[in-house]
Design a protein around this ligand. Sequence first.
Ligand code: PLP
Length: 395
Amino acid sequence: VITREQCAALDAVDPLAHFRRYFDLPEGLIYLDGNSLGALPVTTLGGLNDLVANEWGRSLIRGWRDHGWWELPVELGERIGRLVGAAPGQVAVGDSTSVNLFKVLVAALRLRPERRVLVSEAGNFPTDLYLASSAAELLGVELRLVERDPDQLRRALSDEVGAVLLTHVDYRSAAILDMAATTGMVHDAGALMVFDLCHSAGALPVELDATGVDFAVGCTYKYLNGGPGSPAFAYAAARHQASMRQPLTGWGGHARPFDFEPAYEAATGAARLSVGTPSVLSLAPLRSSLEIFERTSTSELRMKSLGLSELLIALLDELDPPGLELASPRAAAMRGSHLAYRCSDARALHAALEEREILGDLRPPDLLRLGIAPLYLRHVDIYDTAVAIAEILGA
Ligand SMILES: *Cc1c(COP(=O)(O)O)cnc(C)c1O
C-alpha cells in the first residue's frame, strides 16, 4: 500500500521540486490541467508590467528598435527550438496553432505539386482536421483520413500522397506516435511529414531535426505556460526553407519589410513563417516562462512526468474505484504527459473534484483528463487526487 508519507518522501528527494516556487499557484489548489492551460510563472506579471510601462510607455515607437520587438518571433523560436530538437533558424513564434497549420500544410503540399493526396488521422484534434480540409480544398487535393495506427497509415501511403499530418501525442488518450519510425515510413513513400506538437512541447523530449520531420506546429499556452492564447510556433526544416512557399505572404515574412517594396520576397530562415506585426504583448510572457525551462532539460521533465503518472496509475489500481478505467496506454513509453480515465459520469466526477479544489479536465462524454505538468506538481498532489477520486466514486 502506497502511503502519503512515502509520497512526501519522494517530494523531498525530487530534483525538480524547487521549480514549483517559480509558479504562482492558488494556495490549496491541485492543478491537473496544465496540459490545457499552463500555470502562471511568478515573473510573468513583472515582465508584462515592465513591457507595458517601460518598453511601450516610455520608448513608444523606438521600442521596435530598442527592445527587439520585431525579432521576438525568431528569438523565442530559437528558444522553443531547443525544447523540440530544432537547431537555430527553423522555428518562428506567432499566430495560433490553427493558422500555423494552414501555413505549413499548404507549404508542404506545394513542395509535392504532382501528388494529390493529404493524409491525416480521423481522430485528430478537430481544428487540425478543419484546416487540413480547407488546405486540401484550396489546392484541389484529396484529404484521406486513417486510424491512428502504423499499419493503416502504411496502407494509405502511395506515390499520390504529398503530405501526412499527425499529432505526436493524442489529445484524448495521450498515446504517442513513434516520430522517427512514422517519419521514416512517410519519407519512404516520398511524402512530407507534418507533426502537431501541442501536447508534446515542454512535456517530453522531441527530436525534430534528428528524426527528419519536415514541418511542425505547436501551442505555447499548454505545457509551455505562455498564458491564455499565447502565440503558437511553427517549424520548417532548414532544407525546405529556400524552396517552400507558405500562403500567408504578409510583410512580417518579407526579406526587407522596412523597404516597403511592392513585391513579396520571402525572408531567409524561420522569419518567412511570420505573417504580420508580432503580437508583442502576447509574446512577452513566453520570455519569462522559457527561462524556467532553460534551467532544466526535457529528459528531466520526462522522468518526473512519468514518475508522477506511474504513481497515479498505481494508486488508482490499488484503490480501484468502481467504474473508473484507464483510457491511456499503460506502457509509460507510449504515453505523453496526461492520463485519461473513462468514467460513465465523468462530468459529475470532474465537478466533485473541483469542489475539493482539484482541477482536472473534462472531455465529454466520458473522459476525465489529468494533466501531469512536471514543473509544479508534487507526489502528494497525486496521492490526494487518487484518494479524492476513490472517495467520490465510493471505493
Ligand atoms: C490545443 C490544440 C490545438 C489548438 O489550436 P489553437 O489554434 O491554439 O486553438 C490544436 N491542435 C491540437 C492537437 C491541440 O491539442
